[in-house]
Each structure stands twice: as C-alpha cells, then as structure tokens.
Design a protein around this ligand. Structure first.
Ligand SMILES: Cc1ncc(COP(=O)(O)O)c(C=O)c1O
Ligand code: FES
Length: 478
C-alpha cells in the first residue's frame, strides 16, 4: 500500500522522464511521501482535452493529437513534453532528497553559532559552497549566496561601479544580455554612469576589437554573458578575460545558462565576478550565487544590507534547504558532466538535423560557438506565436520567459540583424538531462506536420511556391 502510494506520487510529481532513469534512486523523497497521510490530488493538465480544438490536421486530413501521434500516453502522462530548459529545469530527485533533510531534522539556523543545531546546518551549507565553487575552479570563500542570477546580476552591475564611483564612471555590456543585466545598466545611467552596449555580429558574438576600443580610462566593469539564454551562443570568455586583465578592468559574466553546462574556469578565463542560478541546473528555484574574486580583490557595494552575512555582501538568513539543494545540483553537474554532455549533444544534433530538413528554416546564432542544449530555429512564413499555439503538446518558448508575455519580437535576434518577420517566426528548444530520444522524435514529427499545415494557410507561402520573390513586392501601406 505504502509502496504503491509512493510510486503513484513519484509518477505524478516527477517528470515522467526521471522515472525512466532507472539508475536514479529517489530515497528521502519517496520515504517522505510514503510516510505522510496527505491525500495527494495532483491535477496534471489534460493535454488531450486542452488541445482538442486547436490541434490542426495533418496534410492527409487526419487530426493530429497526442492520442494518435507517435507518443504513448501511458508512458509519458498527459502533460506536454518539456522543452523549455532555458526557462527552468526540473528538480533532480536526488536534489530533493538532499533538501528534505532541512525540512525534517536539520532545521537550525546556519548562522547560530552557539549550539549544535546551528553548527550542523552550517556544516552542510559549507559543503554546498565547496561543491558550487569546485565547478568553476573557485575558492569556496569566493562564493556568496543570493536569491538567483537576477539578484546577482543586479549586485554586480550596480555594486561594482557604485563602489568605485569616485574615479570610474563607465561600464561595458552587450546588446544581447539578459533583461536583468540591461535593466541594471539603465538604472546606472540614471545615476550618472555611462554605459556602452556592444553590438554583436550575425552569429551573436561580440567583436573583441570593438570591446578593446570601448574600454576607457574610467571603465570599471565589463559584463558579457557566457551562454545566451535565447540562442545558446558562447561568448569568447577567455579572450574577453585577457583584454579586461590587460586594461585592469573587472570582468563580470552572467553564467546563468553556462554554469555546470560548459567548462568554466574563473582563473584560466580571468573572470572576476560570475552570476550563477540553481534552477538552471536541476536545483531549486529562488537561490543562486555570486562568485567574487578575492585576489586581486574585487570590491562592491552590497545592495542588501543588514546582519552582515556572506562576507557582508549579502545580508539575510540563508535558506539551507535551497542552498544545499543547489550544492547537490552542482555536485551532480560534475558527477554527470560526461553523461549530460553526450546525451544533450546527441539529442541536439538529431533535433537540428530533423528541423533544418524542413525547407526555409534556419538555425539562429553561431553554429560552432554554442551550447547544444539551446536550439533556436526560425521557420519562415510562419508566425512563431501561431506555431506555439499549434504545438500545445510541447512546452516551448519563442524567447526568454520574462519577455514572452509581450509579443515584441526578440531583441536578441534583432541584434543579430534578423528582420521582424524572422524574429517573429523563431522558436527556442531547450534540451536537458532528462529529455528522451522518443520525445525528440515526437517533436520533429509534430513540427513537420504543423509547419506544413500552417504554411498551407499562408498566402505568403502560396506566393513563394509560385516562385514570386517577396522582396520585389511593394506592399501598400495601411
Ligand atoms: C542569462 C540569464 N541571466 C539571468 C537569469 C535570471 O536568473 P534567475 O531566474 O536565477 O533570477 C536567467 C534566467 O532566466 C538567464 O537565462
Ligand atoms: S512571434 Fe508573432 S508576435 Fe512575436
């Protein structure tokens, strides 16, 4: 009875793919669930009902739905296939195992120094700090816990210039950075600082000579992200680090999409500050970290003041469950790095080849300098939003989660030189540790059907098929 309950709960609460990973043992989680008498009533979205009216028909006229498509409902449950790994990743059950200890036995405040409850939690927090530091070759003392990469980006981009403001007034960043970097930079401008927003080339990479030319005597910080969250391109971190060190300018990188996914070495790359987020590496949401170099020392003005925790840089009681879950997630990225890399590369290649074999499609961003788990593809003559609507059985996004509410075309794709139409017809596919090959096969086939279906509805597509050059048409204004 207990066994059945725990299995039931696991299957409802963990992504079906995790259940498919027989090598992962869910210990505390199942023990915890099976020993509670709570009546679990999960209500997974019933995708079959939800999409009945919106799912288009295949070219042969048969309706496409999960029921008759290649996907077996018995295996995958009834929720959409999750391919939005840049927005967030599912919590690895081994991470949850770690976290549950802090909601049951280990409830001490890690900052309580007068008794064993404090010490035992502190010991676990320090273990987490060590694991998190190890991933990037840092010293544990250089890791400051925060609530996530948004807070860390704010802390670095505002904190460093504010500390050095007597002599330095300028920072450099790029046009394709995450909104929280760009918005922090705008706030600095309001405070009287100058900001240079570097353009990127059509591959999404910054030009190193432009960076070097932009550095001034009063520049204190260069902030360039490691992996872009929309197109997955990897910036030349080592070269940027060299330029920054040569000019004695601090180098901050937003590593939210890179940490634990591509090799990062803060010493080899001369990185002075790095933003890290736990929920992008199968850890809990609401926790992250800031790497702050100690030698040469980087100074910054904290944005949260108080009890002086975290070397005075980020006051507030830590959340040990979140911090230690994050630490376990970091440890797992090291333990599973080869496996994750091979798995994600294989599925990514399959997806890219499958989708690019559809005519008039293109991969956005550098095909070489890229993290394979983020694939951004444009489907010409289709509105990205209508494609997303037609793909209700696959959880996808046309850009970053925080801007997907607005129907603006992606500013990242615009910075690459894409026109509105192309930017509007782009979709981002995120592949992760628990994505399966069957899911990728399903996605390729579903997109093939639905792109064909939507194009059949498009007058533009009809003109293209008739051989009319759309660029030669003078559209009447309206
Ligand atoms: C590149 C990048 N920076 C920062 C963030 C914000 O991270 P968090 O959700 O931890 O605040 C994200 C997540 O969306 C991201 O992709
Ligand atoms: S994709 Fe159509 S409005 Fe943005």
């Amino acid at each position: 009875m207990i066994k059945k309950l725990s299995l039931d709960v696991c299957q409802k609460y963990f992504p079906s793919q995790i259940i498919g990973r027989k090598d992962i043992k869910i210990l505390a989680a199942t023990r915890f669930f099976s020993s509670t008498s709570v009546d679990f009533k999960p209500s997974p979205t019933n995708i079959n009902n939800a999409t009945v009216n919106t799912t288009p028909t295949a070219p042969d006229g048969s309706p496409i739905s999960l029921k008759n498509a290649e996907r077996d409902d018995n295996l995958y449950g009834t929720r959409p296939i999750y391919l939005d790994m840049q927005a967030t990743t599912p919590v690895d059950p081994r991470v949850l195992d770690k976290m549950l200890q802090f909601y049951t036995g280990l409830y001490g405040n890690p900052h309580s120094s007068t008794h064993a409850y404090g010490w035992e939690t502190e010991k676990e927090v320090e273990k987490a700090r060590e694991n998190i530091a190890k991933v990037i070759g840092a010293d544990p003392k250089e890791i400051i816990f925060t609530s996530g990469a948004t807070e860390t980006n704010n802390m670095c981009i505002k904190g460093v210039p504010r500390f050095y403001k007597k002599t330095k007034k300028h920072i450099i960043t790029a046009q394709t950075e995450h909104k929280c970097v760009l918005d922090s930079a705008r706030h600095l401008q309001d405070e009287g600082f100058d900001v240079t927003y570097l353009p990127v080339n059509s591959n999404g990479l910054i030009e190193l000579d432009q960076l070097e030319k932009a550095i001034r005597k009063d520049t204190c910080l260069v902030s360039i992200m490691a992996v872009n969250n929309e197109i997955g391109v990897i910036q030349p971190l080592e070269e940027i680090g060299k330029i920054c060190r040569k000019h004695k300018v601090f180098f901050h990188t937003d590593g939210a999409q890179a940490y634990g996914k591509i090799p990062l070495d803060v010493n080899k790359y001369n990185i002075d500050l790095m933003s890290i987020s736990s929920h992008k590496i199968y850890g809990p949401k609401g926790v992250g970290a800031c790497f702050v170099r100690r030698r040469p020392r980087v100074r910054l003005e904290p944005i949260i003041n108080g009890g002086g925790q975290e070397r005075g840089l980020r006051s507030g009681t830590l959340a040990p469950a979140a911090v230690c879950g994050f630490g376990e997630a970091a440890r797992l990225t090291m333990a599973e790095s080869e496996r994750d890399k091979k798995h994600i590369e294989k599925l990514s290649n399959k997806l890219i080849n499958g989708l690019l074999s559809i005519e008039h499609t293109q991969l956005n961003g550098s095909p070489i300098h890229r993290y394979p788990g983020c694939v951004n593809i444009s489907f010409a003559y289709i509105e990205g939003e209508s494609l997303l609507m037609a793909l209700k059985d696959i959880a996808l996004s046309s850009g970053s989660a925080c801007t997907s509410a607005s129907l603006e075309p992606s500013y990242v794709l615009h910075a690459l030189g894409a026109d509105d139409a192309l930017a509007h017809s782009s979709i981002r596919f995120g592949i992760g540790r628990f994505t399966t090959e069957e899911e990728i096969d399903y996605v390729i086939s579903a997109i093939n059907h639905r792109v064909t279906f939507l194009r059949e509805l498009s007058p533009l597509w009809e003109m293209v098929k008739e051989g009319i050059d759309l660029n030669s048409i003078e559209w009447s204004g309206h």
